[in-house]
Design a protein around this ligand. Structure first.
Ligand SMILES: [Zn+2]
Length: 269
C-alpha cells in the first residue's frame, strides 16, 4: 500500500504534468466500488473543469478544480492497494483495469488504473483536511500533545490515521528505530525528549523518502511509471532476523495491532 511519501510523489508528479489543464471529457468504467461519489456526479463536476493544483492530504491525492459557473470542487483520489495514476498520450492503449480517463485539452489523458479496486474516487465540496494531523508539518509541541494520556502502544498510535494521517507500517518502524524507541512502549508514557526525537525522526524519514521518490516495496509506481527507491535505505522494515546496521544484533519481529513490527532489542529502549 502506498504510504505518505509515495502518495506525495505521485501527487507532485501529476501536478507537474497536468496543472492548468482543462478536462474536455470524462470516461468511467462503471465499477461501483471504485466510486464513492456516483459516477454521474463525478462526470458532471469534472467535465470542462480546470485542474488548478494537485496535492496530497494524508494519503489522499486532491485535485483542486474550478469550472465556469460552478462552485470550486475537489476531486479526491485514494490509491488503495494497487491504484496508479498515469499521464499518457491518448494513442497509448488503455491498460487493463482502467477505471477513469480524463481527456485533457492538450491531447493527453490522466488515467486511474486499479487492478484490485481498493482505490476510491470521490468529490469533496468543502476543502478536504484529512482524518488526522499532518505529520510533515506538525510542530514538536502539537506532536507531543497527540500522545498525551494515550494507553495504546506508540507503534499503533503512529498508524492510527485519526491521530496522525499518512504514516504507514514502513515509516512507523523506521522512525521508531531512528528515535531509539521500542514499538510496544505506551504512547502516553514516552518522555518529552523521546517524543521530540520521534518527531524529528519521523519528519526526517518522510522528507528523505519524498526526496527519493517514495518506496517501491509494493507495486507502486509514480506518474511516469518510474519506481521509487527508498527501500534501499530501510534499516529495519522487512529485515527481521537480519543484523542491526548500527549494532550487529539480530532484529526482532513482533505483531502489534495486527501489523508486523521489526525493531532492534539493543538500540530501541
Ligand atoms: Zn541495534
Amino acid at each position: 500500500m502506498p504510504e505518505l511519501p509515495e502518495v506525495e510523489t505521485v501527487a507532485n508528479g501529476v501536478d507537474a504534468r497536468v496543472r492548468g489543464q482543462r478536462i474536455l471529457s470524462v470516461w468511467t468504467s462503471g465499477k461501483p466500488q471504485t466510486f464513492k461519489t456516483p459516477e454521474s456526479e463525478i462526470i458532471a463536476a469534472l467535465t470542462n473543469a480546470r485542474i488548478d493544483r494537485v496535492h496530497r492530504v494524508g494519503k489522499t491525492i486532491v485535485a483542486d478544480l474550478t469550472a465556469h459557473n460552478k462552485q470550486p470542487t475537489q476531486f479526491l483520489i485514494h490509491l488503495g492497494m494497487t491504484g496508479r495514476l498515469l499521464v499518457s498520450q491518448s494513442e497509448v492503449p488503455l491498460p487493463p483495469h482502467t477505471h477513469l480517463v480524463l481527456s485533457l485539452a492538450d491531447g493527453r489523458e490522466l488515467r486511474f488504473v486499479d487492478p484490485r479496486r481498493f482505490g476510491r474516487l470521490s468529490l469533496a465540496q468543502q476543502p478536504y483536511l484529512g482524518p488526522g494531523a499532518e505529520p510533515t508539518t506538525i510542530s514538536p509541541d502539537d506532536f507531543a500533545k497527540l500522545f498525551r494520556g494515550r494507553k495504546l502502544a506508540i507503534k499503533p498510535a503512529l498508524l492510527n490515521q485519526s491521530i496522525l494521517h499518512g504514516v504507514g507500517n514502513i515509516y512507523a518502524d523506521e522512525s521508531l528505530f531512528r528515535a531509539g524507541i521500542r514499538p510496544r512502549r505506551a504512547a502516553g508514557r514516552l518522555t518529552r525528549a523521546e517524543l521530540d526525537r520521534l518527531h524529528a525522526a519521523l519528519q526526517q524519514v518522510l522528507a528523505h523518502a519524498i526526496k527519493l521518490g517514495g518506496s517501491s516495496v509494493s507495486d507502486y509506481v509514480d506518474a511516469d511509471g518510474i519506481r521509487g527507491f527508498f527501500q534501499l535505505e530501510h534499516k529495519v522494515y522487512s529485515r527481521a532476523g537480519q543484523l542491526c546496521l548500527d549494532c550487529n544484533t539480530p532484529l526482532k519481529k513482533l505483531t502489534l495491532g495486527g501489523r508486523t513490527t521489526i525493531y532492534c532489542p539493543i538500540c530501541q529502549r
